[in-house]
Design a protein around this ligand. Structure first.
Ligand SMILES: [Zn+2]
Length: 379
């Protein structure tokens, strides 16, 4: 949909003429036959490009039917775009190098550059930026420069599924320079489909003139067969990440079951908290200054109630909060399974409670008063 410019927009007018005013076929002078108007946002304000279109007027010239437009236009923007290259690069750089959100980009564009764009327009241009970037990354000259100092390449192939139910995207990466070489969406992981990618990888390596030192993958059948066929003699190693993940899967499954059991065992936190809070409300009314000695406020606790009991209730609430934190913590990967972390933390909490109980009995405290604090909120 063409962009609707507000009527009071002030444009800088820029007229562009064809670079060569002579016909390439017959050598005659070209004549201007039309003007194409293209309005774009740039970081320096709106620009109105007037492209002077030309053609060869000679009737006998076979090139007479062709319209030639100034190439300079594409150095400022692309056909049908509403943004100049400078704005597109500004967007892409902030999105991918600085991880700005689309909303942040929209606000900053509007505030600083007076470019009002919708979120979906910004997303569309970010997508175009990605396409340009991918094209540049694949550019043979750029690639040759990046690999000038590399003796041999290490390649990896993996299938990624951006979202469940989507076709798998097969990505070939090179690990010496940590570059994605190319990615293709394949409808199946059949050997013949995967083979095409491996042929392409070989073409790339040959074009660079670099030997392939090693292949890495999750070793699914199609990769194993295809790599053996396309790269005879090149070692094919298991990707360490996949290996670890596969080994860890049974552990993680067991860990997850243990977590459920622990959560089921430790319940009733809310009930304890509710009871303590109710007690607190009963025992903590504002103490009347007019209370006479020997007379207790109506809601006052028994004579045993004192600061220690109050402190005790806070400790109980702290323990409840800490335990809830432990039960809700889902952090940890294969090397630090969440259930194992949970069991350790609950064990610490239990030991801490035990120390308090013993301290109260006077047993531990009397024997070794420095071993632990009388009341510990540490879990
Ligand atoms: Zn001509």
């Amino acid at each position: 949909m063409p962009y609707r410019w507000p009527e009071d927009t002030v444009f800088t007018r820029l007229e562009l003429a064809v670079e060569e005013p002579w016909c390439r076929t017959c050598g005659g002078a070209l004549t201007i036959c039309d003007h194409r108007h293209h309005r774009v946002f740039t970081l320096h304000g709106p620009v109105h490009l007037v492209c002077k279109l030309a053609h060869c007027p000679a009737r006998a010239c076979p090139a007479g039917t062709q319209t030639i437009s100034p190439e300079a236009e594409t150095t400022i923007t692309m056909p049908w775009w509403v943004l100049g290259w400078d704005v597109v690069c500004w967007l892409g750089h902030r999105r991918f190098a600085q991880h700005w959100s689309v909303q942040q980009l929209r606000t900053e564009l509007a505030d600083t550059y007076h470019i009002p764009l919708s979120d979906d327009a910004i997303e569309r241009y970010i997508h175009r930026y990605q396409q340009m970037l991918a094209a540049r990354q694949r550019d043979p000259q750029q690639l040759a420069a990046a690999y000038a100092q590399v003796d041999a390449v290490i390649l990896a192939i993996d299938g990624l599924q951006p979202e469940k139910g989507h076709e798998t995207l097969y990505v070939v990466r090179e690990l010496e320079r940590k570059r994605v070489w190319f990615a293709e969406a394949l409808l199946s992981s059949a050997t013949t489909e995967v083979q095409q990618l491996l042929v392409q990888a070989r073409t790339w390596a040959e074009r660079l003139g670099k030997p392939v030192r090693l292949w890495m993958s999750d070793k699914q059948d199609a990769f194993v067969r295809g790599i053996a066929a396309e790269f005879p003699g090149v070692p094919h190693r298991y990707c360490a990440n996949h290996f670890l993940r596969d080994v860890a899967q049974p552990v993680l499954d067991a860990d997850s079951r243990a977590k459920v059991r622990m959560r089921r065992t430790i319940r009733g936190l809310r009930t304890i908290e509710r009871e303590v809070l109710a007690e607190q409300r009963v025992t903590a009314p504002p103490v009347s200054l007019e209370t006479h000695p020997g007379e207790l406020p109506t809601a006052a606790p028994g004579p045993s109630e004192g600061p220690a009991e109050e402190e005790g209730r806070d400790v109980v609430l702290d323990y409840c909060a800490a335990t809830r934190g432990i039960l809700n913590d889902d952090q940890g990967g294969p090397l630090h399974p969440p259930g194992l972390r949970m069991a350790e933390a609950l064990g610490d909490g239990h030991a801490s409670l035990q120390r308090n109980l013993e301290a109260q009995k006077g047993g531990v405290r009397m024997n070794d008063s420095r071993a632990w604090p009388a009341i510990s909120t540490e879990v």
